[in-house]
Design a protein around this ligand. Sequence first.
Ligand code: 6R9
Length: 650
Amino acid sequence: MDAKLYPVSQDWARRAHVDEAKYQLMYERSVKDPEGFWFEHGNRIDWFTTYSQVKNTSFGGPGSPGEVSIRWFEDGVTNVAYNCIDRHLATRGDQVAIIWEGDDPSESKSITYRELHDEVARMANVLRNRGVGKGDTVTIYMPMIPEAAYAMLACARLGAIHSVVFGGFSPDSLADRISGCGSKMIITADEGLRGGRTVPLKANVDAAIAKIGGVDHVVVVRRTGSPVEMEPARDVYLHDAAEQVTTECPCEKMNAEDPLFILFTSGSTGKPKGVLHTTGGYLVHASMTHEYVFDYHDGDVYWCTADVGWVTGHSYIVYGPLANGATTLMFEGVPTYPSVSRFWEVVDKHQVNIFYTAPTAIRALMGAGEEAVKKTSRRSLRLLGSVGEPINPEAWEWYHRVVGDGRCPIVDTWWQTETGGIMITPLPGAIAQKPGSATRPFFGVVPQVVDAEGKVLEGACEGNLVIAESWPGQMRTVFGDHQRFIETYFSAYPGKYFTGDGCRRDEDGYYWITGRVDDVINVSGHRMGTAEVESALVAHPKVSEAAVVGYPHDIKGQGIYAYVTLMSGEVFTDDLRKELVTWVRKEIGPIASPDLIQFAPGLPKTRSGKIMRRILRKIAEDEFGSLGDTSTLAEPAVVDDLIANRQNRA
Ligand code: 6R9
């Protein structure tokens, strides 16, 4: 395959933090002498007590299975909120920390580092007065308003562990995530506002608590001002409580390995896992990648369009940028409201220099035509970024040519909730880009491509992506279940971290992520376990069995294709199909809505009763001509029926 090459311009090589020669030197040192490299770079954050230990990590492996233990900077003492706020006050107290752009284009505001300090300290005192302290878990269920960042930083200031739940999740999903980490405190808003529509956040919290109980306090931020039910003994408005406290709130002393946050994410089996990140290594990785990958310089305006409910929002709206004393833009709305030019209008309005979004948004806007982009200036843009799923070369080229006017490099950043920060990406002043390739590893990252047996492949090859060595931002465990951590990530290839992604490496040593190789699908950049959607479907009284697979979708990347078998006596109707879509939205949230539902009198199974997903995937992809070996099917006839009634006709 001859991919087009976009070389680094002279200008970029000169002005960037890292050029090609420096990348080679730094990368080599980072993998040959990780202790020395990270001893030096660990100092990019401030420590109350500096570390003497740098790296103490083991991925277990054939000789010592089960012994997976990851510790970085383990005798260092610091605080993440101190690094994101207090240490900047002397030099940049009046600099803007957060630019907030509301859903309605007439609403925006700027928050300086000094204001950020006061808001966070007040919120921390409100939490502390309600019993929150070091090691406690707090669930945050918020719209994209500055208070979401204040809430995260307030927890970090107190040493409490936050668990942010995406505001699009249903009360049931929220309930699972509250009880999954035992939060007694929830921070939410009356309502969210997206694309001109309200989201009943407080009502959802009430419904979740009604289901599981155990929550002592709910702090409610007033966003829309609509009246919501308040339980006097439990609920308080932030603005009322904040009046009672001061802006004095010291930062708790945290060990480098004390937990910072939990983020629930989907895997191939069972309920979502609580990915646990800790303090020191995470912040070093998030801040260092933010500076080098986006080539952040003082004075730049940086915008990441993710939601704080996902890891990208954690690392690249809040922690990385603020640790670097950057100006980070937070957007409440959606790319298409009030018009499909919104992103570019916001870029012009706030003179954004660095813009980081997801391929699904690019594809959707691409469909709306060039004119909506071209009518805006975008002269301020210098760098574009992509994250969340593989970007197809057509979308990459459009992003480059139309959005960036051919002038801005694109950093395609591969990473995961589990990795804490960016792992594979071109540094814009150092590495020539190929559309569709995440290109080369960041400092300290040792990617390998392995075959099904775990043999490490050399040179140009294709297989599964593993990471051979620990890096500072790596997740430390699955909250409350270290065994599940080991089984999920270190058992397929003992001694190595398995990413769950397939990958090709070309003759130039560039990495091309080909997508998940497990039962995780990626819908509009959102990770979803097929098992979660299946269990939502079978919870419906008329459904006896369900199998869910992904299929190629022009805008979303992957769509959700559900095969559903009904209880005997039930009939397939269009109304039932609609009812099931609504059901799944209610059970999980709108992001899990099935795109296509096929009623199946039977599912293809092996004689031992295992559903043959490989066949279902092929039918969903409309590639039933290449079903592969069907000789182990218990009832071959069901496949003919599925093909005849497939929903995805080309
Ligand atoms: C940051 C984030 C992780 C999964 C990952 C992979 C896919 C993310 C990608 C990419 C190709 C990229 N993914 N970035 N695939 N190129 N640049 O998205 O975290 O939500 O945990 O998803 O997303 O499949 O394994 P998360």
